[in-house]
Design a protein around this ligand. Structure first.
Ligand code: TYM
Length: 337
């Protein structure tokens, strides 16, 4: 009966390891707010995950709070969604440990993000970096999430989460709901403006547009966006032959809702010199209200603290139930207090 009336659950998180950028927004956050009435939604700042790479402690604290302000400014209403800091709900780390014991070395070795990050941090390939997907599985499975709205690059981790959940359920019965990744049509993989061959990421600031960035800086980045070396100079979607222009079309489509055909028609006869600033302007206008609202919220620390305190309390109530069930299933003696 409980299952019949329960709303479907949506859950996602972002690491506060850098300032939020356009890829995070279009690939993930933009799709969170819209479904708050339909779903029971949980969104968090994945601060424990950031520790897999060395962080400046003061910066990490600052970015975690800023990220919360930006979630709200992006339309994630704290009255309708549960917003919390991952480390405030200790069940994440605890279930993470258990799931580590149900995740195979071979599976973890195949994770693209592990391979990429260990190549970038060759002097710090730590155990956390390797076992990170088990913690991500815990984040998701603790809340019995149905859908996980993420960009394309997180699909592999979501698939592994499903495998871990199925493996666990096969041994102990129906403990976990099997979640599904929920990847948007436009914006699922935003590429860097300076290098359209790799995804937009904070590690390449020249090609990365941050949510809090000044309009003039955003405009400059779009004007300098690398377009393609073909002689055609025409706005046409072709990911293989024209990755730079196709990426800009993808961004324009995600912020305006226009299809690729509509965009090709709108800019027919115009060269890249017209198209690039037009995409920049559309992005600036999308981000302007978000930036302004985030700045306003950041001035009200007491409000933000109230939001994450309420969020952690609500999240803990759910997480506790799942963890208790898991502990019992695997054979741990029930806590006497
Ligand atoms: P993270 O912090 O790297 O990225 C956060 C979200 O932004 C999306 N994203 C992008 N989408 C489109 N284009 C891009 N260039 C781009 N870059 C990032 C990511 O797909 C993601 O949705 N492991 C996760 C955080 C996490 C999580 C979770 C997510 C921890 N626990 C539980 C969902 C559920 C991560 O590192 O994402």
């Amino acid at each position: 009966m409980e299952n019949e009336i329960r709303k479907k659950i949506m859950l996602s998180g972002i690491q506060p390891s850098g300032d939020l950028h356009l890829g995070n927004y279009l690939g993930a956050v933009k799709n969170w707010g819209a479904r708050a009435d339909e779903f029971d939604c949980y969104y968090f700042m994945a601060d424990l995950h950031t520790l897999t790479v060395r962080q400046n402690p003061a910066e990490l604290r600052r970015r975690t709070l800023e990220q919360l302000a930006q979630y709200i400014a992006c339309g994630i209403d704290p009255e309708k969604n549960t917003l919390f800091v991952q480390s405030h709900v200790h069940e994440h780390a605890e279930l993470g440990w258990i799931l580590n014991c149900y995740t195979m070395f071979g599976e973890l070795s195949r994770m693209t993000q592990f391979k990429d990050k260990s190549a970038k941090n060759a002097d710090n390939i730590n155990g956390g970096l390797f076992t990170y997907p088990a913690l991500m599985a815990a984040d998701i499975l603790l809340y019995q999430a149905d859908y996980v709205p993420v960009g394309e690059d997180q699909r592999q981790h979501c698939e592994l989460t499903r495998d871990i959940a199925v493996r666990f359920n096969n041994i102990y019965g129906e403990v976990f709901k099997i979640p599904e990744a929920y990847v948007p049509k436009a914006g699922a993989r935003v590429m860097g403006l300076a290098n359209p061959g790799s995804k937009m990421s904070k590690s390449d600031p020249a090609g990365c547009v941050f949510l809090m960035e000044k309009p003039e800086d955003i405009a400059r980045k779009f004007k300098r966006a690398v377009t393609d070396s073909d002689t055609e100079n025409c706005v046409r979607f072709d990911m293989k032959e024209k990755p730079g222009v196709s990426n800009l079309m993808n961004i324009y489509s995600a912020v305006t809702g226009k299809s690729f055909e509509e965009i090709e028609r709108e800019f027919s006869g115009c060269g890249y010199g017209v198209f690039k600033p037009a995409v920049g302007d559309a992005v600036i206008e999308t981000l302007r209200p978000i930036r302004e609202e985030a700045q306003r919220l950041l001035a009200d620390k007491a409000y933000l603290q109230q939001v994450y305190t309420d969020g952690a309390q609500r999240a803990s109530a759910i997480a506790r139930k799942t963890l208790r069930k898991v502990y019992k299933k695997v054979g741990l003696v029930e806590k006497p207090f």
